[in-house]
Design a protein around this ligand. Structure first.
Ligand SMILES: [Zn+2]
Length: 501
C-alpha cells in the first residue's frame, strides 16, 4: 500500500497592529524555509520544526511528506503583504494535485498589510489548488482568531489548551489522529461562535481562574461525537476585525457542533466579569524590589516581544537605576546596536551604554549610563523549560552588562525572556538574584516555575505596545460593541454563530 501524500504548511505570526511591519528580515531571523528546506529541517534528529509539527510527525508515522513552507516570526507587526503574496504563490507552485491530505500549523492571529484574514486566505488558496475533497487539519495558538472561512475550509481545528503554552506537541498529535479518521472516510461538521468579548491578556492563565475552569469544561465536552472544543481568547493588541473570544467545535455533524459551541460560548459569556487584571505600578514594584524578603519575578507585561512589544521599553529599568535597586537582573532589552558595540568592545570593558539609540517607538525611551561588559554570547540558546523547551532560539549577538549594580541582558533579536536558559548561558545562577525582571506577558511562568511560585510573580503596569489595559490601546478595527469596552451590552451565542456544512 502506498503511503499517504500529506502537504505541510507552517505559518506563524501574531500581529500587533501598533508594532512595525514584520518583513522578510523578521521572518528570516526566526524561520523562513521553503520546500525542501522544510523537509530537511523535519528530517533532523530531533526534528527542527515547531512543536505542533513535531507532534503531528510523531503521531502520523510514515507518510510521503510534501513540504510547502515554514514561515514564523513569533509576534510582531502586520505581515508584509509582498511576503504574504510570495507564500501564497508557493502554494500555487508547490502543492501537487495528487495529494491525500494537508496539515496547516498556524497561529491564527496574523494580519497582513494586504489581508485581514491571512489564515483564511491561505486555506482558500490551498482549496483552489487541491479542491475540497481531501482532508485538511489545522492547529492554532490559543490567541488565534478563527474566521468563518477557516471553519468552512478546514475539516478539523484544534487550538492550544494551555497558557503559558506547553501542549503544542499534543495538539499536533491530536491533529494527526483526526487526520487518520478523516483519511479512513469519517467526515465532520464545524461551528464557530465569536463572542464580543476581549479578555485582558494577563487574565488568561489556564492554570487558575476562569479560563482554567472553562478549559476543563471544554475538554470534558470533547468526547464521543464531539472531536474537539477549542477556546481561543484572541489577541487584543491585534485590533483585528476577527477579534473576540472564539469557540470552535469540530464534531461528527454540524448540529452537534453548533449545540456544543453555543453552550460553551454561553458559559464563557457568563464568566466574562471574572477575567480581571491585577497589575502593580512601577512605583510599587520598586518598593517590592527593595523590601521583599523573598525573591520576586516581575513580568513587564506591557512590553512583551511575545505579543509584538518592542522589548526595549526602559521605564522600569530607569526607575530601578534611580532607586538604586541591587541584586536585580533585567532581561532582555532588544537593542542590536548596543549588543554589537558590546561585542566589539569585549568582556571586561567599561563604556557609556546608550540604550535605544536607534529605536523610534516613543514608548521605548532612551538613556545613557556607565556600564561594564560582563559577558558576551552569540550562539543560539538550547532551551530547556516552558514555551521553547527542547528547541533552539537564535538571539543573535548578546551581552550581559553591569549597570550601577543591575545586571542587564541586551539582545540583537527581539524575543521574550521565558526560558531560564536565556540567563543561564551567561553562567549566572538565577537563585542569586532578589529581583528578576522579564519582558514577557505570561510564558515566563512556565519557564521559571522552579524558581518562583505563583505568589512570587508580579505583573508590572508599565508603558508598551502590549499593555493589558484596554483604555490605553488604539482599537480601531475591533468590532463594537465589545466587552469590557462596552460594559452594559447584551448578547446571545446565536447572534454570531457560523456552522459548516
Ligand atoms: Zn499565544
Amino acid at each position: 500500500m502506498s503511503l499517504p501524500r500529506i502537504a505541510l504548511i507552517h505559518f506563524h505570526l501574531e500581529s500587533n497592529r501598533a508594532a512595525p511591519v514584520s518583513d522578510r528580515k523578521e521572518f528570516e531571523a526566526q524561520r523562513l524555509l521553503i520546500g525542501e528546506e522544510l523537509a530537511k529541517a523535519a528530517r533532523q534528529t530531533p526534528p527542527r520544526v515547531s512543536s505542533c509539527t513535531k507532534g503531528f510527525l510523531s503521531e502520523m508515522g510514515d507518510f510521503d511528506m510534501v513540504p510547502i513552507f515554514s514561515a514564523a516570526a513569533g509576534a510582531g507587526g502586520m505581515m508584509d503583504g509582498a511576503l504574504f503574496d510570495e507564500l501564497l504563490a508557493e502554494i500555487d507552485t508547490r502543492l501537487p494535485k495528487d495529494l491525500d491530505a494537508i496539515y496547516v500549523d498556524a497561529h491564527g492571529a496574523c494580519i497582513a498589510t494586504n489581508d485581514e484574514d491571512p489564515e483564511g486566505t491561505l486555506l482558500q488558496r490551498i482549496r483552489a489548488k487541491c479542491g475540497c475533497d481531501i482532508p485538511l487539519v489545522m492547529t492554532l495558538d490559543l490567541h488565534g482568531h478563527v474566521s468563518p472561512t477557516m471553519i468552512e475550509l478546514a475539516d478539523f481545528i484544534s487550538a492550544y489548551r494551555t497558557n503559558p503554552h506547553i501542549d503544542q506537541f499534543e495538539r499536533g498529535a491530536e491533529a494527526a489522529i483526526a487526520l487518520k479518521r478523516l483519511l479512513a472516510g469519517e467526515t465532520t461538521g464545524r461551528a464557530l461562535v465569536r463572542l464580543p468579548f476581549i479578555p485582558p491578556s494577563t487574565s488568561q492563565n489556564t492554570d487558575t481562574g476562569p479560563y482554567a475552569r472553562l478549559m476543563g469544561e471544554a475538554i470534558a465536552l470533547s468526547k464521543g461525537d464531539v472531536w474537539n472544543v477549542s477556546l481561543c481568547s484572541g489577541f487584543t493588541a491585534g485590533d483585528s476585525q476577527k477579534a473576540g473570544f472564539n469557540v470552535t467545535v469540530t464534531a461528527c455533524d454540524s448540529d452537534t457542533a453548533k449545540a456544543t459551541a453555543t453552550e460553551m460560548a454561553a458559559r464563557v459569556w457568563q464568566a466574562r466579569e471574572e477575567f480581571s487584571i491585577n497589575l502593580t505600578s512601577i512605583e510599587d514594584s520598586i518598593d517590592l524590589m527593595k523590601t521583599s524578603q523573598t525573591p520576586l519575578i516581575f513580568g513587564d507585561v506591557a512590553d512583551n516581544p511575545g505579543g509584538g512589544g518592542r522589548g526595549n521599553v526602559l521605564a522600569l529599568f530607569e526607575a530601578m537605576l534611580e532607586a538604586g535597586v541591587q541584586k536585580a537582573l533585567v532581561g532582555m532589552l532588544f537593542d542590536p546596536t548596543l549588543a554589537a558595540q558590546a561585542q566589539e568592545l569585549g568582556e571586561g570593558a567599561e563604556f557609556d551604554a546608550s540604550f535605544n539609540r536607534e529605536e523610534s517607538s516613543p514608548l521605548s525611551g532612551k538613556l545613557t549610563r556607565k556600564a561594564k561588559i560582563l559577558k558576551v554570547r552569540s550562539a543560539p540558546v538550547e532551551c530547556r523549560r516552558g514555551l521553547y523547551a527542547g528547541g533552539l532560539q537564535n538571539l543573535g549577538p548578546c551581552a550581559l552588562l553591569d549597570c550601577n549594580g543591575i545586571y542587564v541582558i541586551v539582545s540583537t533579536i527581539r524575543r521574550q525572556l521565558c526560558d531560564p536558559a536565556f540567563i543561564e548561558r551567561f553562567d549566572l545562577d538565577i537563585a542569586d538574584f532578589k529581583s528578576v525582571i522579564v519582558k514577557s506577558r505570561g510564558h515566563f511562568r512556565a519557564g521559571f516555575d522552579e524558581f518562583f511560585a505563583p505568589e512570587q510573580v508580579i505583573e508590572v503596569d508599565g508603558p508598551g505596545l502590549t499593555t493589558p489595559v484596554l483604555a490605553r490601546m488604539q482599537l480601531n478595527k475591533t468590532p463594537r460593541p465589545i466587552y469590557p469596552a462596552d460594559k452594559d451590552m447584551q448578547w446571545s451565542p446565536e447572534q454570531s454563530c457560523w456552522t459548516v456544512p
